[in-house]
Design a binder for this molecule. Sequence first.
Ligand code: ATR
Length: 330
Amino acid sequence: MTTLRFELCKRHLKLLPVLNEFKGGIGAATRCCAVYGFPIKHSASPAMHNAAFASLGLDWRYLAFPVPPKHLQEALRGAMRMRFAGINLTVPHKILALGMMDVLDGTATTWGAVNTVRFEGKAGGQEWLPLAQLPSEADPAMELRAQGFNTDADALLRSLREDLSWTPQGSNVLVLGAGGAGRVAALRLAAEGIAKLSLVNRTLSKAQALAVEIRLRFPDVRADVGFPREEVDLLVNASSVGLSTEDPLPYDAGQFDLSRARLVYDLIYKPRETRLLAAARAAGCHCANGLGMLLYQGAKAFEIWTGRPAPLDVMRQALQNAAYTQPIIP
Ligand code: ATR
């Protein structure tokens, strides 16, 4: 009981500075953003963005909605009509959404996926502006559009540099997974001057198609399918294996020994140490999980929507609290 009270006090003290920033409750002028995914209930993005809005005194809120792929188009159009500022997209929507945007930013076309949508309006022949810069009750006849961005790709690169001190030039990289996240990771790393990229995926044809695309777009990178024989500088897990604590390792340990990898990055950030990261640490690798990538993609989305610099420290702290602090059961 004493421990529980102490925990509650600590938690409330931490929240006080954030709560004090709120100037009022939710009202008619509150700007809304949200994340759509399926499933979505474990997302730490609402905690990260709401803490950022609060710390800057913005009357904005960020919600999370379980949207199945067959309803994604309707849900996006609905949010636009309701004048949401923007939407984040997560599994399984990032590739599907490409065809649902009215316009794509270069980041979305280059990396082939959309994880951030900004709604924009154009009134009476004026230029397109983010809806957040227009009055929330603007002209009902105003034209609206959805612009798609990708903030994941650069966020991965930044996290690899900062969390693992990875330098891309001449690097030999192994990427596990060739779904939405694997594709973005492989393309972004290939664009950064690495020497060799090995692609491994449960469905071989997806890894093969990705290798073909990389050879075409980045001819200086040697892209192969399958486990490399030599040592790798960096192994990235971009498959969804590891999301559950029951999951096996995301690769075949009979075909690859972790002692041959110097750095290991798991895009999964919960649990904090996945089975892969525990094995990599035991094998002497330098490791990081995907919390940094989540932080930096969110920070960029925040800037795209609000036009203001993201309060990175506040967002990082909120993410860590949401992802790693056990809820207190009263
Ligand atoms: P995301 O957007 O997170 O990448 P995704 O596109 O559904 O989601 O991709 C999930 C990735 O994890 C894929 O590479 C998938 O392999 P397949 O392409 O064969 O589907 C991989 N994956 C999912 N479950 C897996 C499992 N049980 N074993 C091995 N790989 C798995």
